[in-house]
Write a protein that binds this ligand. Structure first.
Ligand SMILES: Nc1nc2c(ncn2[C@@H]2O[C@H](COP(=O)(O)OP(=O)(O)OP(=O)(O)O)[C@@H](O)[C@H]2O)c(=O)[nH]1
Ligand SMILES: [Mg+2]
Length: 249
């Protein structure tokens, strides 16, 4: 696996991608804070027909703010396919990089400048909860242990050295998105985050972790469920075996 040269171009324009499902109580503040974080950042919100009216709120905001775009899908199709649609949009519109960020303010938009800074010399920046101790606020112990154990498990199975394998906050340069076959990403829940890191790592891109603090949502409801966890458990083996047998392109 040959290491790919470090990125040479500065980050001129970056698309923050924010998938939403029932985030009515978070979305306004989330938009405001992401846009305030850096002038180079525009925002794409991918709403899966949220019954609570999240899409209508964003629709009103995009009319008055050219930095905000709404992509509406007809049903709840999952986080993974939302990000894939967002990545394709970013490539079509020639963004230098994308930022993945949740709408529930668990990821702090104030950390975006540090992601951008690290992205000057890396292709993939992971906003990591575990690279410097454990930086998670307000999670029940059970949830924290599940997440932490999932990272260790994925690390052992995939061989990737990163401490936060399911991180959903990060920056990905366009070179990575171009190189990965986006139509061949099949996982949807937490394993989506593992799969995309794995594909970047395998292709020799420079992946770095920077510490971030993750805070449990204060508003709205969680979409996390057992199916998402079980998907991750078997998917990592699929990734590993696919790599062994030369698939996963
Ligand atoms: N478009 C879209 N967005 C989704 C879907 N599922 C979750 N999301 C969004 O993805 C982000 C992460 O989902 P969360 O429900 O916060 O998942 P989580 O962070 O694991 O769980 P909690 O923070 O505990 O609720 C949030 O912005 C959700 O609104 C989906 O099927 N489609
Ligand atoms: Mg969340």
């Amino acid at each position: 696996m040959a290491a790919i040269n470090l990125p040479e171009t500065p980050l001129r324009n970056v698309l923050a991608i924010m998938p939403t499902y029932n985030e009515r109580d978070n979305i306004r503040l989330a938009i405001e804070r992401v846009l305030a974080s850096d002038d180079r950042v525009n925002l794409l919100i991918i709403d899966d027909a949220s019954p609570d009216g999240t899409g209508e709120i964003v629709s009103e905001i995009q009319v008055i703010n050219p930095r905000v775009t709404l992509m509406r899908r007809s049903a709840k199709l999952g986080l993974g396919t939302a990000y894939v649609a967002g990545f394709k949009y970013a490539l079509e519109h020639e963004y230098d990089a994308v930022i993945e960020i949740d709408a529930d303010l668990s990821h702090n938009p104030n950390d975006i400048p540090r992601l951008l800074k690290a992205g000057e010399t890396a292709h993939f920046v992971i906003g990591s909860r575990y690279v410097q101790g454990v930086n998670v606020i307000n999670w029940p112990l059970q949830r924290l242990l599940l997440s932490y154990a999932a990272s260790i498990y994925s690390r052992v199975v995939t061989g990737m050295p990163y401490t936060d394998q399911t991180a959903g906050f990060g920056l990905i340069r366009h070179q990575v998105l171009e190189k990965i076959n986006l139509d061949r990403i099949h996982s949807n829940g937490y394993s989506f985050q593992i799969e995309i890191k794995f594909k970047a790592h395998r292709r020799g891109f420079r992946v770095v972790e920077i510490p971030i603090v993750f805070t449990e949502r204060r508003q709205g409801t969680s979409k996390m469920n057992k199916k998402i966890v079980f998907e991750a458990i078997w998917r990592v083996w699929k990734l590993r075996l696919g790599a062994v047998f030369g698939r996963n392109k």
